[in-house]
Design a protein around this ligand. Structure first.
Ligand SMILES: [Zn+2]
Length: 258
């Protein structure tokens, strides 16, 4: 593996969403758990890469109008001063500086900010876009068509396998399907550490420990295999795992990694 490096990762805060635990892990009780829905900005010599885009700012005015009736079951905390474009400015860049957007998957807490980046190149896992446009009926609530419709003429690339994005080993797209058809994760080589950001391949430390994927996954066996693969890649590469939605990872990890 080439030893190129990205310079930095910033974890950008998004909405904090409250859900029952049982939605995240089969067999868990239904006690509420509050999860972060962050994005990650990665600085690489060839340009800025964003991993995930959080929720759509339209929910700040009227969540039910934008997300539909399910919004009533997913209370969140988020302010207008905390939208993704403002978070990017806070670390010294503009949304228009982002060259690549890697979308872990199309759910409403990840794909809401796509239109901040009309000139970027978008990368998703194979099958994700078609599924996001036409999900199975019982999963339709989690994909907001309005998040995707304005992006039809954006430059999208779908990858059906792992890919070293710049050919230098610095940023590797990991194809980890199962939660959704094109779920992906990202492995970043930094000057002082490796970080593997999971997207929703795994939701919490407990799901990782028990190797059990979310009941809402499109393909349970595939989701479990992807979760196990993430663990293996972590062990082989020595990477630190950052579980996107895990509240303890969010609490304990610094917002800036190098
Ligand atoms: Zn999610």
């Amino acid at each position: 593996m080439a030893d190129g490096k990205a310079q930095k990762i910033w974890a950008l805060p998004g909405a904090m969403v409250t859900l029952p635990k049982s939605l995240l892990m089969l067999g868990a009780d239904s006690a509420p758990i509050t999860l972060p829905a962050p994005s990650f900005l990665i600085e690489h010599p060839k340009g800025l890469i964003l991993f995930d885009t959080g929720c759509n700012p339209k929910i700040l005015d009227d969540p039910v109008a934008y997300w539909g009736p399910m919004a009533a079951n997913m209370p969140f905390e988020w302010k207008k001063s905390e939208t993704l474009d403002k978070q990017i400015e806070r670390v010294g860049y503009k949304a228009s500086d982002v060259k690549y957007v890697v979308l872990s998957h199309g759910h409403l807490d990840h794909a809401g900010g796509l239109t901040h980046f009309p000139n970027a190149k978008f990368i998703a896992g194979a099958g994700e876009l078609r599924y996001a446009y036409w999900p199975d009926p019982d999963r339709r609530w989690a994909f907001i068509l309005e998040d995707f419709l304005p992006t039809r003429n954006y430059q999208w690339i779908e990858l059906g396998q792992d890919q070293d994005l710049f050919g230098d080993g610095a940023v590797t797209f990991l194809y980890t399907p199962g939660h959704t058809p094109g779920e992906c994760s990202i492995l970043v080589n930094l000057p002082h550490r490796r970080v593997l950001i999971t997207g929703d391949t795994v939701h919490t430390r407990a799901s990782l420990e028990h190797e059990i994927a979310m009941p809402f996954s499109v393909n349970h066996m595939q989701a479990r295999q992807s979760l196990q693969r993430i663990k293996s890649i972590r062990d082989i590469s020595g990477a630190q795992l950052w579980i996107t939605h895990d509240p303890d990872d969010w609490k304990e990890n610094p917002r800036e990694l190098d």
